[in-house]
Design a protein around this ligand. Structure first.
Ligand code: BTN
Length: 333
């Protein structure tokens, strides 16, 4: 549902996006916003200062001719509204970690769901305490906050389900098909394009606060990676050789993740989860080693089951299932 009381800049951008190559009259905008034409003009001037460009044609009105390349909250909101969605979002210039910020906002009582995005993170985190490189380089760092009130057992497939949805979105948006490496990596050609980090706080028997964090390498260039990531990380733009419209992409991503969450809570996919995952699985049929605590098990990956556990056929022909662990793809000779 769209919240009709959106901010004036969002409403103006939504009207101009809807008009495409056409014009929107100042009078129509003023009427829609319930303000004077001078107030509309003042809003347009503010947007100009933020990197937007408009042409104004006498008796026809305004046309949007350029948008800022970096993330812009009102533009993301306008894109979302033009697809009939309205997701509360906060965009920060800099934050320690969007996951931490979302958790703080949930703890402070902000109504969920909502999304927190940042242009850069100073302490971006990955799984197993690893750092997530989070420079201001055209990539997306976003966390989604929910209060699901679900039994913890229901959450087993949550991150994997979100991974499938993010892959579908990326494939639809770019035409390029990413792969998934269990349990939380998004890859192109064996290089990491994204990672997911889900964190939850429990009450006695249900999930109270849930934060789904996603780092996606969207527009960063191959020269921008620090040496330890060079050759191991890749962005969507590097893979497709085309820079993405970051704000349109972010809006599509937000819309998809909120929709995926609703579908997850409704549980409509449950029976066919393994098929969904296995369609993107890059490990299936490959020799892998799973490290789980002190335990190290090698074998051939067979995909996941409907609970999201990784299935392995060991060298001795035994079948092993893993709910957690770190997987290394072994080199084939
Ligand atoms: C991983 O690959 O281990 C997961 C990486 C998750 C990174 C994202 S970026 C947005 C959110 N904020 C964080 O601090 N981490 C997640």
């Amino acid at each position: 549902m769209k919240n009709t009381r959106a901010a004036p800049d969002v409403l103006i951008l939504e009207a101009l996006l809807a008009a495409g190559a056409g014009h929107v009259s100042g009078t129509a905008l003023a009427h829609q916003l319930g303000v004077s034409r001078v107030a509309v003009w003042q809003q347009l001037e503010k947007l100009r200062e933020q990197g937007f460009a408009f042409t104004a044609v006498h008796a026809r009105g305004y046309r949007l001719t350029a948008c800022p390349a970096p993330l812009h909250a009102a533009l993301i909101a306008a894109h979302l509204r033009s697809h009939g969605r309205d997701c509360p979002l906060t965009l920060l210039d800099e934050v320690d970690s969007t996951n931490d910020e979302a958790a703080r906002q949930l703890a402070a009582g902000r109504p969920a769901p909502f999304a927190v995005l940042a242009r850069r993170q100073t302490r971006g985190r990955g799984r197993l305490g690893r750092a997530w490189h989070s420079a201001d380089n055209g990539n997306v760092y976003v966390s989604f906050a929910f209060r699901p009130r679900l039994a913890p057992a229901r959450m087993q497939t949550f991150t994997l389900w979100m991974g499938v949805n993010v892959c579908e979105l990326v494939a639809n948006f770019t035409g390029a098909r990413p792969g998934l490496k269990w349990p939380n990596d998004l890859l192109f050609d064996g290089r990491k394009a994204g990672g997911m980090l889900t964190e939850a706080r429990m009450d006695a028997d249900e999930i109270r606060d849930l934060v789904f964090g996603l780092g996606l390498n969207v527009n960063s260039s191959s020269t921008a990676w620090p040496p330890e990531l060079a050759g191991r990380a890749i962005s969507l733009a590097e893979h497709t050789c085309v820079p993405l419209d970051l704000n349109r992409f972010a809006a599509a991503l937000l819309g998809r993740v909120f929709l995926a969450y609703d579908r997850f809570v409704a549980g409509t996919f449950a029976e066919s989860f393994a098929d969904l995952w296995n369609a993107y699985d890059v490990l299936r049929g490959q020799p892998v080693t799973v490290l789980q605590g002190e335990q190290r098990v090698s074998g051939t990956a067979l995909g996941t089951d409907d609970e999201g556990a990784l299935i392995l056929r060991t060298a001795k022909g035994r079948t092993a299932r893993f709910r957690s662990g770190e997987v290394t793809l072994e080199k084939t000779r």
